[in-house]
Design a protein around this ligand. Structure first.
Ligand code: SF4
Ligand code: MG
Length: 326
């Protein structure tokens, strides 16, 4: 097991009270595996990832419980300096907005090269050669010339490739990609996702792919964890989710993906909005929006039930059977 997140809790202290952003999240990622973490904005998916990366330790955010086991070591117990080493070399993150993640006044070659001079003690010349290699690797045309250019001189898709190259530079064991293609248009999205997935397989890395878009992950994820109000409400291998979701929220997300064979039909939309993390509804947090909700849902918080005796499938719905077979 590469990464094992156990019972993670994160809170944010705001002027209006304590926002419970992550409320007991468990997930695992193996080497060579892609886990898609799916949810609307405010579901806690990014915050969970930031806690794993160790970039959440500043107020107002606070990790209030749980473990983040990376190759068996609890990262939450490491000193900041050790933590930084893990973050630099063993896990890397790719963000949605490459333009603000990259340094605007350094050429991409210098930024990529820095990974090797700083972390590997290479000479500038060797580091530059590695930067060109990496740019080739992520299929940026004319890498030898473009290595001198600045981030704003690249298109959105090309900048996202540069982000991927930065993440790959030290050959980390785990990459966390937070909405890596959301800012791109659809064709470019598919190309970048394909590239990421291909490199992930080649390097045999674990990949956590955070997205609000179930349509993006179908071809690349092995497993999906669906988050709602800071909890995982469904977790399963990707084909099971598409075939028969076991949680009404997942079903709602699936029904709201546009499909080519249903052109012209009106798309389903889950009614209402995700709850404020300052006031998570009691019982099942999804009950105000759920078409299957009944009385017990307003009082009893559902645990993650094992589905049909399969330890690799879970649903936090009292009525998962109805959802699965309905
Ligand atoms: Fe809906 Fe109740 Fe299941 Fe929650 S527990 S998802 S409210 S049916
Ligand atoms: Mg986010």
């Amino acid at each position: 097991m590469l990464l094992d997140v156990r019972d993670l809790h994160v809170e944010f202290h705001t002027r209006d009270g304590v926002a419970k952003a992550v409320n007991g999240v468990n997930y695992q990622v193996d080497a060579g595996e892609t886990l898609a973490v799916l949810g609307e904005s405010g579901s806690g998916k990014s915050v969970t990832a930031q806690a794993v990366m160790g970039i959440l330790d500043m107020p107002p955010g606070r990790i209030t419980g749980g473990e983040v086991l990376f190759q068996g070591r609890d990262l939450l117990k490491l000193k900041e300096e050790e933590r930084r080493k893990v973050r630099g070399a063993e896990m890397a993150m790719i963000f949605q907005d490459a333009l603000s993640a990259l340094n605007p006044v350094l050429s991409v070659g210098d930024q990529l090269g820095e990974m090797f001079t700083v972390h590997r003690g290479m000479s500038r010349k060797d580091a530059r050669a590695r930067a060109v290699e990496l740019m080739d690797r992520v299929r940026i045309p004319a890498a030898k010339e473009r290595v001198r250019q600045y981030p704003h001189q690249f298109s959105g898709g090309m900048r996202q490739r540069i982000m991927i190259a930065m993440a790959l530079a030290l050959e980390p064991k785990l990459i966390i990609a937070d909405e890596p293609t959301t800012a791109l248009d659809v064709t470019v999205q598919a190309q970048v996702m394909e590239l990421l997935s291909e490199l992930q397989r080649e390097y045999h890395m674990g990949l956590i792919l955070i997205t609000h878009d179930l349509g993006v992950v179908a071809d690349v994820a092995d497993r999906i964890a669906v988050m709602y109000a800071g909890r995982i409400v469904e977790s399963a291998p990707v084909h099971d989710i598409y075939k028969a979701p076991a949680h009404p929220y997942t079903r709602g997300l699936l029904d709201s993906i546009p499909r080519l064979d249903q052109k012209g039909q009106e798309l389903y939309a889950i009614k209402g909005l995700p709850p404020s993390l300052l006031r998570i509804p009691p019982g099942c947090a999804f009950h105000p929006r759920c078409p299957l909700a009944r009385d017990v849902c307003t009082t009893d918080e559902p645990p993650l039930y094992e589905i049909e005796g399969r330890p690799d499938r879970g649903s936090a719905c009292h009525f998962w059977r109805e959802c699965l077979h309905g």
